[in-house]
Design a protein around this ligand. Sequence first.
Ligand SMILES: Cc1cc2nc3c(=O)[nH]c(=O)nc-3n(C[C@H](O)[C@H](O)[C@H](O)COP(=O)(O)OP(=O)(O)OC[C@H]3O[C@@H](n4cnc5c(N)ncnc54)[C@H](O)[C@@H]3O)c2cc1C
Length: 403
Amino acid sequence: MDFRIPPEIERLRIRIAEFVADRIIPCESDPAAFDGHGNIAEDRLSALRTEARAEGLWALQVPQEDGGGGLSRMAMAVCYEEMNRSIFGPVVFNSAAPDDGNMMVLARLGTPAQKARWLAPIVAGEVRSAFAMTEPDPGGGSDPSMIRTFAERRGDRYVIRGRKWFITGAEGAAHFIVVARTSDDARRGLTAFLFHRDQPGWEILRRIPIMGPEEHGGHCELAFDGLEVPAANVLSEVGHGLKVTQTRLGVARLTHCMRWLGLSKRCVEIAAEYTARREGFGIRLADRESVQMMLGDLAMQIEVGRLLVMKAAWALDRGSFARKEISMAKIHVANLLHKAADVGIQLNGARGYSTDTPLEWIYRYARQARLVDGADEVHRMVLNRHLAEEGRGFWAWAVRDDD
Ligand SMILES: Cc1cc2nc3c(=O)[nH]c(=O)nc-3n(C[C@H](O)[C@H](O)[C@H](O)COP(=O)(O)OP(=O)(O)OC[C@H]3O[C@@H](n4cnc5c(N)ncnc54)[C@H](O)[C@@H]3O)c2cc1C
């Protein structure tokens, strides 16, 4: 693959970087810019979103025919990393989870009528969305075959009953995708349904208190007790719920990594700035070899992450599901984010533990990275499956068809 990026993407990256530096980063040090859950307050967000849209920096990942910027996955990797230099960045550009993944799966699998009804308002920033798959014990979590929420067919409708939890954004979302069981078939037992917040037959039981800052709308526990969904609101086909999930989560996992690389770079940036000016025992911290080793190692780990992400993005752009590439990127970058925030705090001393920098915010947020969209162990299990199937072919290069 060619690692050079097209000049128009570089120009876009620069515009995003300027917007983040000039408009978004100043909000991080203004307590009035935060909501009660550690995220950007809705009024500030709304004003910044209007500006971002006016500057053409909006929903860049969505196909152009669906109202977005039509970026390739490789171009997204460049732009998302730049957006998440700020903790508030992605949501300003309509590139934050869970809307990001929901828009991409609706663009990919929705019918024209479904796109008009369910996708277009999310792209326009008029509504938010949520993806409901995970269930509390004994339901489906890491293992989707354990999903118990059941959708029973009655005429031209499905009636859904069950429980979901950790559904990001649910309290603020209007458009939902819920994955429910429609049969006991091992491969074709799940189906994805679209529903609107205002439909009866479901409720939010609680917004689950968590250790980190929260996405808008929190992480919620939901109960379904007779939600009726017309058959026309099946996303993809009955029995294709696992495919919908894989289609959504594959890209969404990678876009998490793209954003987390931006946050990891920010941790290094804050640590480098402090160690360059802070002195102790007669010399600058930056002149100590032990500090240089820490920052040098992080710089390398970030570049390893970028290469894994770019390779996965390249494979997706070529039509592959890039399953093993995405699993490797997800494990590496989730752990990198955790490490980068930890080193950043350590090198900033007591300042790092304060809220004077975003490091403590990133540290608390980072812990979820090793769980969401597949725990590290599950991705390692998937990689080992590939290794068992492919043997030495696991590391085969893709060959160009020059002949
Ligand atoms: C902040 C946050 C936001 C989330 N948002 C959403 C959302 O919007 N929608 C949604 O549907 N879900 C969401 N989730 C749920 C998330 O996808 C699940 O937490 C994740 O898939 C793991 O499932 P689980 O929590 O049930 O863990 P479990 O399946 O109970 O597993 C517990 C632990 O066991 C270990 N483990 C599991 N399987 C294996 C294995 N095969 N080999 C070795 N060890 C293993 C892992 O360490 C794992 O962490 C969110 C979670 C968090 C924390």
